[in-house]
Design a protein around this ligand. Structure first.
Ligand code: GDP
Ligand code: IMO
Ligand code: MG
Length: 422
């Protein structure tokens, strides 16, 4: 490992970041979540037991690895405590969990606002996870957000009271139920007391760890095409799940970052609305969904499925400076006898291999596909890339060639062990 290695999602999320993080965390001393909130859902399958992480870094499963929730995260205390309890009930200690003083808190009015905004969007809805993420980041930038350090201090009462007063005006205007500030304060004070022992200045903590020679793994959530700046706006989340968000979400400097792993699936999937050129809203997409169990970890929604988009992947590699690819679900795609991957966008006869996030442009494009032979057979026990069937090797090689980055991990099944480390 370098001083700091990074794992990022490449497309629309759910690429199997959790599984790659789970492995890399065994080499790291610290795992840190940098952005997003409980909209994330990272699954890890350990000996038949399924863990779903929303806020706690999945690196916590690795014994002795410290888990940090960085300043860039928006923390729903209720969900965090539920997740801590769930881990402890499975015999996993949360003593090594640290929460940044500077992270922002998600409160009930954020969740109400998320739902209200989605309803008002009507046909233009984004398809958010309804976890209050957008409204919490809005408050952060409006500078009325409540940071963890204020959440655990006596200041909380006044801050939350002021916010609820303002939010209630909006809820009233829309004919929604309003919030009772006292009830929220009473409930959330209990959460603050539970979380208080875990709250630290994680920026200095991370730098102290670096000085001690410890290895840090930055755990990306969401993915590049969901990025507020670089994604398919407005069908995006409200944070920067790209490389810049790693620095702003932790306080770590760019000079210490070594490997940047981009995680993808051998096909593509998406939850929520927005353009998805290679989507197969047909039998192919249905087959991928069933074979790959493509249902949301957080919202249980069926995921939209389609072929891999190499044009988008090239863009993602550029934006993030990806140094290595982790390609999951090679087992799933290997069930097909013919596999397609998009290698160009055709816009009224003009062919481009440069991705554009303009949603109107994408809607007007048709994909240019390259076809590959599949039928990989059972690859779940294979431990070396050399031993993969020839068709799988050809597919991987073409992906590498197209984006100019080597494959470092190959997912061959959902289980922790079902992975080839190149
Ligand atoms: P994340 O949000 O990027 O961590 O991904 P999710 O956990 O939301 O979704 C990925 C899903 O794919 C999970 O159910 C994983 O257990 C599963 N998965 C990951 N890698 C593989 C793989 O190589 N093969 C198969 N069949 N499943 C995988
Ligand atoms: P992980 O970390 C997949 C999507 C939502 C919606 C859009 C905005 O598991 O990959 P939000 O609630 O963030 O305002 O919703 O972003 N989205 C995700 N999709 N995986 C995720 O996280 C996601 N986090 C947000 O479905 O389209
Ligand atoms: Mg997920």
């Amino acid at each position: 490992m370098s001083k700091v290695d990074v794992v990022l999602g490449t497309f629309f999320g759910d690429e199997g970041k959790g599984k790659i993080i789970d492995y890399l965390a065994t080499k790291a001393d610290v795992a840190v979540r940098c952005s997003g909130g409980s909209n994330a859902g990272h699954t890890i399958n350990v000996n038949g037991k399924k863990y779903a992480f929303h806020l706690i870094p999945s690196g916590i499963l690795s014994e002795n690895t410290k888990a940090i929730i960085g300043n860039g995260v928006v923390v729903d205390p209720k969900i965090l405590i539920e997740e801590m309890n769930e881990l402890e009930s499975n015999g996993i200690s949360v003593d090594n969990l640290y929460i940044s003083t500077k992270a922002h808190i998600v409160l009930p009015y954020h969740i109400m606002m998320d739902k209200l905004l989605e309803q008002n969007r009507g046909n233009n809805k984004i398809g958010t996870t309804a976890r209050g993420i957008g409204p919490a980041y809005c408050d952060k930038y409006e500078r009325c957000g409540i940071r963890v350090e204020d959440f655990i201090s006596p200041k909380f009462d006044e801050l939350v009271r002021r916010n609820i007063e303002n939010k209630n005006k909006i809820f009233k205007a829309y004919g929604y139920e309003t919030l009772d500030a006292d009830a929220v304060i009473n409930e959330y004070k209990n959460y603050a007391n539970i979380l208080k022992p875990h709250v630290v200045d994680t920026v200095n903590l991370l730098h102290d760890y670096l000085d001690e020679g410890k290895k840090i793994l930055c755990e990306g959530a969401q993915a590049t095409l969901l990025d507020i700046d670089f994604g398919t706006y407005p069908f995006v989340t409200s944070s920067n799940p790209t490389i810049g968000g790693i620095c702003t979400g932790t306080g770590l400097g760019a000079k210490d970052i070594g490997e940047v792993y981009g995680v993808l699936k051998a096909y593509a999937s998406k939850v929520g609305e927005g353009p998805f050129l290679t989507e197969q809203d047909n039998e192919i997409g249905d087959t991928i969904r069933e074979l790959g169990h493509e249902y949301g970890t957080t919202t249980k929604r069926p995921r939209r499925c389609g072929w891999l988009d190499l044009v988008a992947l090239k863009y993602v590699v550029r934006i993030n400076g990806i140094t290595g690819l982790a390609i999951n679900h090679m087992d799933t795609i290997g069930h097909f006898s013919k596999i397609k991957a998009c290698v160009g966008y055709n816009h009224n006869g003009e062919i481009s291999t440069n991705y554009s996030t303009n949603v109107d442009y994408i809607k007007e494009c048709t994909p240019i596909y390259e076809e590959f032979d599949g039928d990989f057979g059972d690859i779940s026990k294979i431990k070396s890339r050399e031993d993969l069937p020839e068709n799988a090797k050809i597919y991987l090689k073409r992906i590498e060639e197209f984006v100019g980055v080597p494959v470092k991990f190959i997912g061959t099944g959902a289980g922790r062990e079902e992975m080839i480390i190149c």
